[in-house]
Structures are given as structure tokens and as C-alpha cells.
Design a binder for this molecule. Structure first.
Ligand code: GLA
Length: 405
């Protein structure tokens, strides 16, 4: 070809100069294509509250259980106390249809998820669902890998309000990329869907999760025990010790998730369950009940419905408590509240009752200050205290108070 050897510069020289100058000026005036900055999705300004099927029912979940739970939550005070999401965890899935759209397991969910969703919404509650960033979920059901946008559209059509996204069978996938892909897919639907990251803290999600999701698991799975570890399952003291140092990363819209509650599942004493619930509230953790709501006893109900403790969890400042003193078995935790008060927790991990004392200087007040102390489990005033407060704390128990100058 005649012009093959003609350079771009030579061609440019053939152009009339004013035109070339004009194009250059136009190009300079155009802003360079900018990378789109990720922003938060604006949801979950306080830690999500609700119920999830896994801790009690595991893969035995079905439509009847979910309906009964929604019925109970809407009449037993839970909904009105803030428990909002009814989350179906693993094992609701059937196969994908010929076009790749996920179907519910027709035996367990004969009415389908849309009908269940309508039912849950009619009770003034919201629906959560579960999937996985791998080819299969942890329970061996179809995962979302390769179907992210298709699944997000399906969830939005069903009226899903919350997605828990697990991390089994993900091979060599990069977690940040995989979770960001699903976050974008969810956002592209235009529906408000709270996004719960569940990669167990393996990839430091607190470092990149703020603009990806609303909560991220910080540990392996909870077990209904005070302490210890069994394979991937951790007792609550083990979880607390892993979640505690992550306090700087929690705040409105993005929460550390030390896993769902075991309150009422039978493996701990009521004293221990009160400590579990109190610690989760102090840590601004999602309060996702994991027991059989329809059949719970009065003691369990009293714990889950303690509005004074829930108010600490849901405090709008969204600050996760810090352990301000650790004397072995005796600990003091504190968090600042939006009204300038403090929530203070005295925790006794030891085998016998113990007296634990907090000085005001440990919670950011001068010791000369007088402050009202209100006990959040007895719901009684402990009086006006100057400089400190001390209480006897049962073994494996807590005393939780609100300190108000
Ligand atoms: C993982 C998660 C659990 C639960 C199960 C379901 O273990 O961490 O919370 O969702 O999968 O299989």
C-alpha cells in the first residue's frame, strides 16, 4: 500500500494547522476518564438485627420453619425491638434452570422464595438469603460463581433485602474481587440489599470491606460453648478475643461480625448467655438470633428482648467497645455513646464470683466526676457514683451498666 510507510507525524503535518490546534485544545478540555470511586451503599447505619436459620436448623431449614419464625417475631416483641431480617441460610437451593437461574428446593420450599418473601414482608419483616462466592455453598448447593449478576437479579425479583455471601469452594479466587463483583451485581439491581461478607476474616475484610459490604465475619463459626475451639468452630470467649482488637474498623454502615447468636440453643447457662448477648452489644455486633424463636422459653426471650442492652448495640455513634482493662479473668470494657454517656461491661471469665471495679479515668472521664449508673440487666439505678463503680460479678457472667454524667 502506498501509505503504509507514512508516519502519523507526517500525516499530522499534512493537516491544516488551525484544525490540529483546535483538536489538541479540545482534548485538553476533556476530563481524563476517571476510575469510578466506590462508595458505601448507605445501608445498615446501625448493626443489622434479625434471625438466621443456621445455628439451630442447619440444612434442615424449610418453609414452615421460616414462616413460623416470622409469625413469632412479629408477635413476641422481637420485630418491635428491632429484629428485622429473617435470613434463610444454606440449603434452600435446588438446581439452576436451563437458563442458569437458581431455583429453590421444591420439597423444602414448595411455595418458592417469592411467596415466602411476600409473607415475611406482610409481617413487617425483611427477607435475607444466603449464597457463596464459589461453585458450591458450604452445604454443597449451587454457588454464585459465574452467575453473580443473574443471582442478584433473581434475589431482587424475589424481594430479598439481605444477602449473606459465604466463602466455601472458592479455589484460588481473590476475596476482595469476588465480594466486589457481587456487591456491584447487587447494586446494579437498584434494590437495597444489605451485604454480609462471610469469609471468616481470612483476607482482612475490615481493610477493604467498607465500600463492598455492610458487615464482615471476623472469625470461624461460633459454637454454643463458653470457650475453646473445635476445628473451625469457636467458643464465645475465643471469638471475643479475636474480634476485640478490630474495634477501629467498625462504624455506621460497616460492622465487625463475630457471628450469629447462640442464645437459647442450650449449650450454655443463662448467665453465660447474658454475657454473650452483652458482649455482642458492646462490640456493636449484628444481633442475629440463631435459636428456635417459635419455641423459646421465657428466660431466652428476656435476654433477646432486653431493650436496654439492645439500645447499646444500636447506639447511633456506632462505636465498638474497647477492652480498657484486662486483669486475667477480670475485664472492663467501655464504649462511648452518642449522648456522651458510656456503656461499661464488667466481665468475669473465672470460675468463682469476683468483684470488679472501673475507675472513671479508664473510661475517659475525670475521677472527680459524679455520674448516674444504671444497671442494664436489673434495670435499676445503682446510684450516683464519684470516680468509680464496683460490683460483684458471677462466674462466666457480666455486670453491664450505663454511666451518665
Ligand atoms: C459456613 C458459615 C456458616 C454457615 C455455613 C452454611 O460455615 O460460616 O455461618 O453459613 O457455612 O453451610
Amino acid at each position: 500500500m502506498q501509505r503504509a510507510g507514512v508516519s502519523a507525524a507526517a500525516l499530522a503535518l499534512c493537516l491544516p494547522m488551525p484544525l490540529l490546534a483546535q483538536e489538541t485544545a479540545d482534548a485538553a478540555a476533556q476530563p481524563a476518564a476517571k476510575a469510578v470511586e466506590r462508595t458505601e451503599n448507605g445501608l445498615a447505619r446501625t448493626p443489622p438485627m434479625g434471625w438466621n436459620s443456621w445455628n439451630k436448623f442447619a440444612c434442615n431449614v424449610n418453609e414452615a420453619i421460616v414462616r413460623k419464625t416470622a409469625d413469632a417475631m412479629s408477635t413476641n416483641g422481637m420485630r418491635d425491638a428491632g429484629y428485622q431480617f429473617v435470613v434463610i441460610d444454606d440449603c434452600w437451593h435446588g438446581e439452576r434452570d436451563d437458563n442458569g437461574f437458581i431455583q429453590a428446593d421444591g420439597k423444602r420450599f414448595p411455595s418458592g422464595i417469592k411467596a415466602l418473601s411476600d409473607y415475611i414482608h406482610s409481617k413487617g419483616l425483611k427477607l435475607g438469603i444466603y449464597s457463596d462466592a464459589g461453585r458450591q455453598t458450604c452445604g454443597g448447593r449451587p454457588g454464585s460463581q459465574g452467575h453473580e449478576y443473574q443471582d442478584a437479579i433473581t434475589y431482587a425479583r424475589w424481594g430479598v433485602d439481605y444477602l449473606k455471601y459465604d466463602w466455601c469452594n472458592t479455589g484460588t479466587r481473590n476475596a476482595q474481587e469476588a465480594y466486589t463483583l457481587m456487591a456491584d451485581a447487587l447494586r446494579s439491581t437498584g434494590r437495597d440489599i444489605v451485604f454480609s461478607l462471610c469469609e471468616w476474616g481470612n483476607n482482612d475484610p475490615w481493610r477493604w470491606g467498607v465500600t463492598v459490604g455492610n458487615l464482615w465475619r471476623t472469625t470461624g463459626d461460633i459454637m454454643d460453648r463458653w470457650d475453646g475451639q473445635h476445628k473451625y468452630s469457636l467458643g464465645i470467649m475465643t471469638i471475643v478475643d479475636r474480634n476485640a482488637p478490630l474495634y477501629p474498623f467498625a462504624g455506621p454502615g460497616h460492622w465487625n461480625d463475630p457471628d450469629m447468636l447462640e442464645v437459647g440453643n442450650g449449650g450454655m447457662t443463662d448467665t453465660e448467655y447474658r454475657a454473650h448477648f452483652s458482649l455482642w452489644a458492646m462490640m456493636a455486633a449484628p444481633l442475629i438470633a440463631g435459636n428456635d424463636i417459635d419455641a423459646m422459653d421465657e428466660k431466652t426471650r428476656t435476654i433477646l428482648l432486653n431493650k436496654d442492652v439492645i439500645a447499646i448495640d444500636q447506639d447511633p455513634l456506632g462505636q465498638q467497645a474497647q477492652r480498657v482493662r484486662d486483669d486475667g479473668d477480670k475485664e472492663v470494657w467501655s464504649r462511648d455513646l452518642a449522648d456522651g454517656g458510656r456503656a461499661v461491661l464488667l466481665l468475669n471469665r473465672g470460675p468463682a464470683p469476683a468483684t470488679i471495679k472501673v475507675d472513671w479515668s479508664e473510661i475517659g472521664y475525670p475521677n472527680s466526676l459524679r455520674a448516674d449508673v444504671r444497671n442494664l440487666w436489673t434495670h435499676r439505678s445503682e446510684g450516683r457514683k464519684r470516680g468509680s463503680y464496683a460490683a460483684s460479678v458471677p462466674s462466666h457472667g457480666v455486670v453491664m451498666v450505663r454511666v451518665q454524667p
